[in-house]
Design a protein around this ligand. Structure first.
Ligand SMILES: Nc1ncnc2c1ncn2[C@@H]1O[C@H](COP(=O)(O)OP(=O)(O)O)[C@@H](O)[C@H]1O
Ligand SMILES: O=COP(=O)(O)O
Ligand SMILES: [Mg+2]
Length: 556
């Protein structure tokens, strides 16, 4: 079989203006970035906002292997499959980060015959949104350090700065740094940190902002530090929000691209779900609901992370309500959860599969708590045996859960017909009764406990003294009603990556708490999760190249 990039490069793409027209958009609605990419102009929303919403389908997954289990692939394939049936379906995805592209996981444009294109553009610079987010974030940092250098009128305590620099790269050497060295002319010496751009509050704000004015207000609301007397200092106190917004005036516009089968895809915002809220932008999702009769969107990593945050943060903030959940399961991830080593996942192993199926059960039980009907998509890999796939389908049938074998990777939209039929049946039944896991009024610590117990299956939660103190401080400052965004490993329901399957006898250990006042949630870090990943022993970057004609190879 051809590689993802070979398939993508072999695609005869439609001009993006044609794709837009099929989605009901005309040339005035587009700002072209070449022939195959465009941004939607700001007044598209005014044009479509009074249209009736389509149905909303969320694609999530069981706990993944390090390679990922095919949420993006399934989202693209399902969109292709529905369009093949003549439905007006549009997908809304997140943008890739260079971290995984050059690291372990690869791109975020799907795979096989279920990809969005132009894949290499999308996975590298795309339309520059990641660079704009990085620049806006680091401008604020530069203005913060400059304020302290220029007399520090705000009396900022350099030991209590809570906003850090970012870079869209896996670079562990930047996790903990010292800046301002070299004497008076070089600034105020202090400890600083880098996180990866996709974990930043600026990224979250892009994903949750309604428009340019809201973006600017949220930027101004970013808590950056405390003064020596404990007074909170916001970005607006540094007069940074205007310039930050100017840097992001194009990044806030959703991107329009196409699938391998020429069907429309909105791609905007790229937070990871282990260290951020993991959902594409509200703007893109709301536009997809207006432009399509069915909008398919994804949330990162497993349902314990992306789906929970989709429901409890994105839907809460945006007034969205999913009509159907597609839960992607793979034989390989279930065997991984059944204790099989990564190197042996391609070997048939019914015992491990039967042992690991409890992870699927955990996520099925969890999704029920949100009142949204589920379809399990068994994402078929070439190494899967019929016996293994039949076991998963029979297990779902015994639970009374709709299930479909998805072959979209190998066959594109044609391979997603069974899945499309199951999703359409759910949408026709309209049995969704969406509700969030907790009320705004639940105290922050209790929100954390509720997520840990109800979704992760924890016995309880430990909260480090510093985190406990910061949660109390955040509540004292009037932010106790905000939702919580848990930063946690994606490999386990617990905060310990080694506890696979459906662990029970564990507690979740909260290390830190951070107010993202601009985004409107509180981030708590658990276990050993880090917001700046590192490159692996053999980075994927080593296999990426470009020839003298500009043709890229090795991206996957
Ligand atoms: N059915 C499949 N067979 C083979 N490879 C697949 C299949 N589905 C996905 N992949 C590959 O697995 C990786 C992860 O897929 P992706 O859709 O990005 O997962 P996720 O969005 O859940 O992280 C990609 O490299 C993709 O090409
Ligand atoms: O946030 C992570 O997203 P994927 O699961 O799509 O890699
Ligand atoms: Mg993905």
């Amino acid at each position: 079989m051809l590689s993802d990039i070979e398939i993508a490069q072999g695609c005869q793409m439609r001009p993006i203006t044609e794709v837009a027209a099929a989605a009901g958009l005309d040339a005035d609605d587009l700002e072209l970035y070449g022939k195959y990419k465009a941004k939607l102009s700001a007044d598209v929303w005014t044009k479509v906002k009074d249209k009736e919403n389509g149905k909303l389908v969320l694609v999530t997954a069981i706990n993944p292997t390090p390679a990922g289990e095919g949420k993006t692939t399934t989202s693209v394939g399902l969109g292709q499959a529905l369009c093949k049936q003549g439905k007006n379906a549009i997908i809304a995805l997140r943008e890739p980060s260079l971290g995984p592209v050059f690291g372990i996981k690869g791109g975020a444009a799907g795979g096989g015959y279920a990809q969005v294109v132009p894949m290499e553009d999308i996975n590298l610079h795309f339309t520059g949104d990641m660079h704009a987010i990085t620049a806006a974030n680091n401008l604020l940092c530069a203005m913060l350090d400059n304020h302290m250098q220029q007399g520090n009128l705000l009396n900022i305590d350099p030991r209590r700065i809570v906003f850090t620099r970012v870079m869209d790269m896996n670079d562990r050497a930047l996790r903990n740094i010292t800046i301002g060295l070299g004497g008076k002319v070089n600034g105020v010496p202090r400890e600083d940190h880098f996180m990866i751009t996709v974990a930043s509050e600026v990224m979250a704000i892009l994903c949750l902002a309604a428009d340019l004015d809201d973006l600017k207000k949220r930027f101004g609301d970013i808590l950056v530090a405390y003064s020596y007397t404990g007074k909170p200092i916001y970005a607006r106190d540094l007069h940074a929000e205007g310039a930050m917004t100017a840097l992001m005036k194009d990044a806030i516009k959703p991107n329009l691209i196409q699938t391998l089968e020429g069907t429309p895809c909105l791609m905007h915002g790229g937070p990871f779900a282990n260290i951020a809220h993991g959902c594409n932008s509200v703007q893109a999702t709301k536009l997809a609901l207006k432009l399509g009769d069915i909008a398919i969107t994804e949330a990162g990593f497993g349902a314990d992370l992306g789906a929970e945050k989709f429901m409890d943060i994105k839907c809460r903030k945006a007034g969205l309500a999913p009509d159907c959940i597609v839960l992607v399961a793979t034989v390989r991830a279930l065997k991984y959860n059944g204790g099989v080593a990564k190197a042996d996942l391609n070997q048939p192993n019914m015992d491990a599969l039967k042992h690991g199926i409890c992870n699927l059960d955990a996520h099925l039980d969890n999704m029920k708590k949100f009142g949204v009907p589920v379809v399990v998509a068994v994402n078929a890999f070439p190494t899967d045996t019929d016996e293994e796939m039949d076991f998963i389908r029979e297990h779902c049938a015994e639970r009374g859960v709709r299930v479909a074998l998805s072959e979209v990777f190998a066959k594109g939209g044609e391979g997603g017909q069974a899945l499309a039929d199951e999703v359409l049946a759910v949408l026709d039944e309209s049995k969704a009764d969406f509700h969030m896991l907790y009320e705004d009024s639940l105290p922050l610590e209790d929100k954390i406990r509720k997520i840990a117990k109800e979704i992760y299956g924890a016995l309880g939660v430990t909260i480090a003294p510093a985190a406990k103190k910061e949660l109390a401080n955040i509540t004292e400052m009037g932010y106790g009603n905000l939702p919580v965004c848990v930063a946690k490993t994606q490999y386990s329901l617990s905060d310990d990556a080694s506890l696979l399957g459906r662990p029970t006898e564990f507690v979740v250990n909260v290390r830190t708490a951070r107010l993202a006042a601009g985004a409107g949630f509180v981030v708590v870090e658990t276990g050993s999760i880090m917001t700046m990943p590192g490159l692996p022993k053999v980075p994927a970057a080593e296999k990426i190249d470009v020839d003298s004609n500009g043709k890229i190879t090795g991206l996957f």
